[in-house]
Design a binder for this molecule. Structure first.
Ligand SMILES: Cc1cc2nc3c(=O)[nH]c(=O)nc-3n(C[C@H](O)[C@H](O)[C@H](O)COP(=O)(O)OP(=O)(O)OC[C@H]3O[C@@H](n4cnc5c(N)ncnc54)[C@H](O)[C@@H]3O)c2cc1C
Length: 232
Protein backbone atom coordinates (compact mmCIF):
# COMPACT_ATOMS: atom_id res chain seq x y z
CA UNK A 1 0.00 0.00 0.00
CA UNK A 2 1.28 3.44 -0.88
CA UNK A 3 0.10 6.16 1.48
CA UNK A 4 -0.77 9.45 -0.20
CA UNK A 5 -2.77 12.59 0.41
CA UNK A 6 -5.16 14.46 -1.82
CA UNK A 7 -3.17 17.48 -2.97
CA UNK A 8 -6.03 18.95 -5.00
CA UNK A 9 -9.45 17.93 -6.25
CA UNK A 10 -11.38 19.65 -9.03
CA UNK A 11 -15.03 19.00 -9.77
CA UNK A 12 -15.35 19.00 -13.56
CA UNK A 13 -19.05 18.10 -13.71
CA UNK A 14 -21.71 16.55 -11.47
CA UNK A 15 -20.14 13.10 -11.92
CA UNK A 16 -16.47 13.77 -12.71
CA UNK A 17 -13.67 14.81 -10.36
CA UNK A 18 -10.00 15.21 -11.13
CA UNK A 19 -7.92 14.25 -8.09
CA UNK A 20 -4.24 14.86 -7.61
CA UNK A 21 -2.59 12.51 -5.12
CA UNK A 22 0.83 13.17 -3.67
CA UNK A 23 3.28 11.65 -1.22
CA UNK A 24 6.82 10.48 -0.73
CA UNK A 25 5.71 6.93 -1.55
CA UNK A 26 4.82 8.15 -5.06
CA UNK A 27 8.38 9.26 -5.81
CA UNK A 28 10.77 7.20 -7.94
CA UNK A 29 7.94 5.01 -9.18
CA UNK A 30 8.10 3.43 -12.62
CA UNK A 31 4.76 4.04 -14.32
CA UNK A 32 3.60 3.62 -17.89
CA UNK A 33 0.34 4.73 -19.51
CA UNK A 34 -2.35 2.05 -19.25
CA UNK A 35 -1.45 0.87 -15.76
CA UNK A 36 -3.92 0.95 -12.88
CA UNK A 37 -4.01 1.78 -9.18
CA UNK A 38 -6.30 0.09 -6.67
CA UNK A 39 -7.43 2.59 -4.09
CA UNK A 40 -8.39 1.37 -0.65
CA UNK A 41 -11.87 2.55 0.25
CA UNK A 42 -12.43 4.30 3.53
CA UNK A 43 -13.50 1.13 5.27
CA UNK A 44 -10.17 -0.39 4.24
CA UNK A 45 -11.89 -3.65 3.39
CA UNK A 46 -12.29 -3.11 -0.32
CA UNK A 47 -10.57 -1.33 -3.18
CA UNK A 48 -11.67 0.31 -6.41
CA UNK A 49 -9.58 0.64 -9.54
CA UNK A 50 -8.56 3.86 -11.32
CA UNK A 51 -6.20 4.78 -14.14
CA UNK A 52 -3.45 7.33 -13.55
CA UNK A 53 -3.57 10.07 -16.19
CA UNK A 54 -0.01 11.08 -15.42
CA UNK A 55 2.71 10.36 -12.89
CA UNK A 56 5.41 12.76 -11.80
CA UNK A 57 7.94 10.45 -10.13
CA UNK A 58 10.20 13.36 -9.13
CA UNK A 59 7.50 15.33 -7.36
CA UNK A 60 5.67 12.22 -6.12
CA UNK A 61 2.33 13.07 -7.75
CA UNK A 62 -0.27 11.33 -9.83
CA UNK A 63 -3.68 12.32 -11.19
CA UNK A 64 -6.84 10.26 -11.57
CA UNK A 65 -10.16 11.16 -13.14
CA UNK A 66 -13.04 9.64 -11.21
CA UNK A 67 -16.52 9.03 -12.61
CA UNK A 68 -19.14 8.61 -9.88
CA UNK A 69 -21.75 6.55 -11.71
CA UNK A 70 -24.07 6.13 -8.75
CA UNK A 71 -24.08 4.27 -5.53
CA UNK A 72 -20.96 2.25 -4.80
CA UNK A 73 -17.96 2.65 -2.48
CA UNK A 74 -15.85 4.08 -5.31
CA UNK A 75 -18.50 6.59 -6.33
CA UNK A 76 -19.01 7.68 -2.72
CA UNK A 77 -15.25 7.93 -2.14
CA UNK A 78 -14.78 10.08 -5.25
CA UNK A 79 -17.74 12.34 -4.47
CA UNK A 80 -16.54 12.91 -0.92
CA UNK A 81 -12.85 13.58 -1.65
CA UNK A 82 -11.46 16.74 -0.06
CA UNK A 83 -8.07 18.38 -0.31
CA UNK A 84 -5.82 17.05 2.45
CA UNK A 85 -7.62 13.71 2.78
CA UNK A 86 -5.34 10.72 3.27
CA UNK A 87 -5.64 7.72 0.98
CA UNK A 88 -3.82 4.48 0.25
CA UNK A 89 -3.49 2.44 -2.89
CA UNK A 90 -1.77 -0.51 -4.51
CA UNK A 91 0.14 0.07 -7.69
CA UNK A 92 0.77 1.23 -10.25
CA UNK A 93 0.17 -2.25 -11.56
CA UNK A 94 0.02 -3.83 -15.00
CA UNK A 95 -3.33 -3.49 -16.72
CA UNK A 96 -3.31 -2.53 -20.38
CA UNK A 97 0.00 -2.95 -22.16
CA UNK A 98 -0.01 -0.22 -24.79
CA UNK A 99 3.28 -1.21 -26.38
CA UNK A 100 3.30 -2.43 -29.95
CA UNK A 101 0.46 -0.21 -31.11
CA UNK A 102 0.84 1.21 -34.60
CA UNK A 103 -0.90 4.31 -35.93
CA UNK A 104 -3.70 4.98 -36.42
CA UNK A 105 -4.69 4.06 -32.87
CA UNK A 106 -8.37 4.09 -31.92
CA UNK A 107 -9.52 4.08 -28.29
CA UNK A 108 -13.12 3.02 -27.74
CA UNK A 109 -14.35 3.38 -24.17
CA UNK A 110 -16.75 5.16 -21.86
CA UNK A 111 -16.73 7.55 -18.89
CA UNK A 112 -14.27 5.29 -17.05
CA UNK A 113 -11.80 5.46 -19.94
CA UNK A 114 -11.19 9.22 -19.99
CA UNK A 115 -8.17 8.94 -17.67
CA UNK A 116 -6.65 6.26 -19.87
CA UNK A 117 -7.31 8.40 -22.95
CA UNK A 118 -5.46 11.33 -21.38
CA UNK A 119 -2.50 9.12 -20.45
CA UNK A 120 -2.46 7.64 -23.95
CA UNK A 121 -2.61 11.07 -25.57
CA UNK A 122 0.54 12.06 -23.66
CA UNK A 123 2.44 8.91 -24.64
CA UNK A 124 4.43 8.52 -27.86
CA UNK A 125 2.25 5.72 -29.27
CA UNK A 126 -1.01 7.57 -28.63
CA UNK A 127 -0.33 11.22 -29.39
CA UNK A 128 -2.58 11.10 -32.49
CA UNK A 129 -5.06 8.55 -31.21
CA UNK A 130 -8.70 8.79 -32.24
CA UNK A 131 -11.16 8.61 -29.33
CA UNK A 132 -14.67 7.21 -29.50
CA UNK A 133 -16.68 7.12 -26.28
CA UNK A 134 -20.12 5.86 -25.39
CA UNK A 135 -21.70 7.73 -22.50
CA UNK A 136 -24.94 8.22 -20.63
CA UNK A 137 -25.07 12.03 -20.83
CA UNK A 138 -23.21 13.48 -23.79
CA UNK A 139 -24.02 17.05 -22.72
CA UNK A 140 -22.14 16.47 -19.46
CA UNK A 141 -19.25 14.61 -21.07
CA UNK A 142 -18.33 17.16 -23.75
CA UNK A 143 -17.05 19.89 -21.35
CA UNK A 144 -15.26 17.26 -19.23
CA UNK A 145 -13.39 16.06 -22.31
CA UNK A 146 -12.58 19.63 -23.27
CA UNK A 147 -11.19 20.29 -19.78
CA UNK A 148 -8.72 17.42 -20.16
CA UNK A 149 -7.77 18.29 -23.74
CA UNK A 150 -9.81 15.61 -25.50
CA UNK A 151 -12.48 17.83 -27.00
CA UNK A 152 -12.12 16.20 -30.44
CA UNK A 153 -13.48 12.86 -29.23
CA UNK A 154 -16.51 11.30 -30.90
CA UNK A 155 -19.34 10.80 -28.39
CA UNK A 156 -22.13 8.27 -28.77
CA UNK A 157 -25.05 8.58 -26.35
CA UNK A 158 -26.21 5.37 -24.67
CA UNK A 159 -29.76 4.32 -25.45
CA UNK A 160 -32.17 1.96 -23.77
CA UNK A 161 -31.64 -1.50 -25.16
CA UNK A 162 -28.07 -0.63 -26.21
CA UNK A 163 -29.18 0.18 -29.75
CA UNK A 164 -26.48 2.89 -29.83
CA UNK A 165 -23.85 0.16 -30.07
CA UNK A 166 -24.72 -0.23 -33.73
CA UNK A 167 -23.26 3.27 -34.22
CA UNK A 168 -20.17 2.30 -32.20
CA UNK A 169 -19.69 -0.82 -34.31
CA UNK A 170 -20.12 1.16 -37.53
CA UNK A 171 -17.57 3.76 -36.44
CA UNK A 172 -15.09 1.06 -35.40
CA UNK A 173 -15.48 -0.74 -38.72
CA UNK A 174 -15.03 2.50 -40.65
CA UNK A 175 -11.77 3.16 -38.77
CA UNK A 176 -10.66 -0.48 -39.12
CA UNK A 177 -10.66 -0.06 -42.88
CA UNK A 178 -7.68 2.30 -42.53
CA UNK A 179 -5.67 -0.37 -40.69
CA UNK A 180 -6.25 1.03 -37.20
CA UNK A 181 -5.10 -0.66 -34.01
CA UNK A 182 -7.77 -0.72 -31.30
CA UNK A 183 -7.88 -0.28 -27.54
CA UNK A 184 -11.25 -1.29 -26.12
CA UNK A 185 -12.05 -0.38 -22.50
CA UNK A 186 -15.05 0.47 -20.34
CA UNK A 187 -18.23 -1.57 -20.11
CA UNK A 188 -17.66 -5.32 -20.60
CA UNK A 189 -20.67 -5.97 -22.82
CA UNK A 190 -19.88 -3.00 -25.09
CA UNK A 191 -16.30 -4.14 -25.54
CA UNK A 192 -17.57 -7.57 -26.41
CA UNK A 193 -19.94 -6.19 -29.06
CA UNK A 194 -17.36 -3.96 -30.70
CA UNK A 195 -14.64 -6.61 -30.46
CA UNK A 196 -16.85 -9.21 -32.10
CA UNK A 197 -17.76 -6.84 -34.92
CA UNK A 198 -14.08 -6.11 -35.56
CA UNK A 199 -13.21 -9.79 -35.55
CA UNK A 200 -16.07 -10.60 -37.90
CA UNK A 201 -14.71 -7.96 -40.27
CA UNK A 202 -11.31 -9.70 -40.28
CA UNK A 203 -9.40 -7.47 -37.87
CA UNK A 204 -6.72 -9.73 -36.41
CA UNK A 205 -6.45 -9.99 -32.63
CA UNK A 206 -2.93 -8.52 -32.65
CA UNK A 207 -4.60 -5.22 -33.66
CA UNK A 208 -6.92 -5.24 -30.62
CA UNK A 209 -6.15 -4.71 -26.93
CA UNK A 210 -9.15 -4.98 -24.64
CA UNK A 211 -9.82 -4.61 -20.94
CA UNK A 212 -13.21 -4.31 -19.28
CA UNK A 213 -13.35 -1.67 -16.57
CA UNK A 214 -16.77 -2.60 -15.22
CA UNK A 215 -19.66 -4.94 -15.83
CA UNK A 216 -23.34 -4.58 -15.06
CA UNK A 217 -24.13 -6.21 -11.73
CA UNK A 218 -20.48 -6.87 -10.75
CA UNK A 219 -19.05 -4.88 -7.87
CA UNK A 220 -15.42 -3.86 -7.59
CA UNK A 221 -14.68 -5.37 -10.99
CA UNK A 222 -10.97 -5.98 -11.44
CA UNK A 223 -10.94 -8.99 -13.67
CA UNK A 224 -8.79 -9.19 -16.69
CA UNK A 225 -10.84 -9.27 -19.86
CA UNK A 226 -8.72 -10.57 -22.68
CA UNK A 227 -9.49 -11.02 -26.31
CA UNK A 228 -8.86 -14.77 -25.99
CA UNK A 229 -12.53 -15.50 -26.42
CA UNK A 230 -12.57 -13.59 -29.70
CA UNK A 231 -9.72 -15.70 -31.02
CA UNK A 232 -11.59 -18.95 -30.46
C1 LIG B 1 -8.19 -1.37 -14.90
C2 LIG B 1 -9.34 -0.44 -14.52
C3 LIG B 1 -9.17 0.93 -14.63
C4 LIG B 1 -10.23 1.79 -14.30
N1 LIG B 1 -10.04 3.14 -14.38
C5 LIG B 1 -11.04 3.99 -13.99
C6 LIG B 1 -10.84 5.40 -13.99
O1 LIG B 1 -9.75 5.91 -14.31
N2 LIG B 1 -11.89 6.18 -13.61
C7 LIG B 1 -13.10 5.66 -13.21
O2 LIG B 1 -14.03 6.42 -12.87
N3 LIG B 1 -13.31 4.33 -13.20
C8 LIG B 1 -12.31 3.48 -13.57
N4 LIG B 1 -12.51 2.15 -13.54
C9 LIG B 1 -13.87 1.65 -13.25
C10 LIG B 1 -14.22 1.59 -11.77
O3 LIG B 1 -13.23 0.89 -11.06
C11 LIG B 1 -15.60 0.87 -11.67
O4 LIG B 1 -16.59 1.62 -12.32
C12 LIG B 1 -15.98 0.57 -10.24
O5 LIG B 1 -16.95 -0.44 -10.27
C13 LIG B 1 -16.57 1.76 -9.52
O6 LIG B 1 -16.75 1.40 -8.18
P1 LIG B 1 -18.09 1.70 -7.35
O7 LIG B 1 -17.77 1.32 -5.94
O8 LIG B 1 -18.58 3.09 -7.64
O9 LIG B 1 -19.16 0.71 -7.93
P2 LIG B 1 -19.26 -0.87 -7.61
O10 LIG B 1 -19.68 -1.08 -6.19
O11 LIG B 1 -17.98 -1.52 -8.03
O12 LIG B 1 -20.42 -1.30 -8.60
C14 LIG B 1 -21.80 -1.26 -8.25
C15 LIG B 1 -22.61 -1.44 -9.53
O13 LIG B 1 -22.54 -0.25 -10.29
C16 LIG B 1 -22.48 -0.54 -11.67
N5 LIG B 1 -21.33 0.19 -12.24
C17 LIG B 1 -20.03 0.05 -11.94
N6 LIG B 1 -19.28 0.92 -12.64
C18 LIG B 1 -20.16 1.62 -13.41
C19 LIG B 1 -20.02 2.67 -14.37
N7 LIG B 1 -18.83 3.19 -14.66
N8 LIG B 1 -21.13 3.13 -14.99
C20 LIG B 1 -22.35 2.63 -14.70
N9 LIG B 1 -22.56 1.65 -13.79
C21 LIG B 1 -21.47 1.16 -13.17
C22 LIG B 1 -22.41 -2.06 -11.81
O14 LIG B 1 -23.68 -2.55 -12.23
C23 LIG B 1 -22.08 -2.55 -10.44
O15 LIG B 1 -22.71 -3.76 -10.15
C24 LIG B 1 -11.47 1.27 -13.84
C25 LIG B 1 -11.61 -0.12 -13.70
C26 LIG B 1 -10.56 -0.97 -14.04
C27 LIG B 1 -10.75 -2.47 -13.87
Amino acid sequence: MRPARVAAVRTLSPHFRLAELEGDALRNVAWTAGQKVQVSMNSGLSARTYTPMSWDADAGRTRILTFAHGDGPGSRWASGLREGDPCQFFGPRRSLDLSGLAAPVVLFGDETSFGLAAALRDSPQGADAIHVFEGSDVAELRPVLEAIGLGQATLIERTAGETHLAAAEAEALRLAASGAHFILTGKASSIQRVGRALKAAGVVSSRIKAKAYWAQGKTGWTSVFSMERFRQ
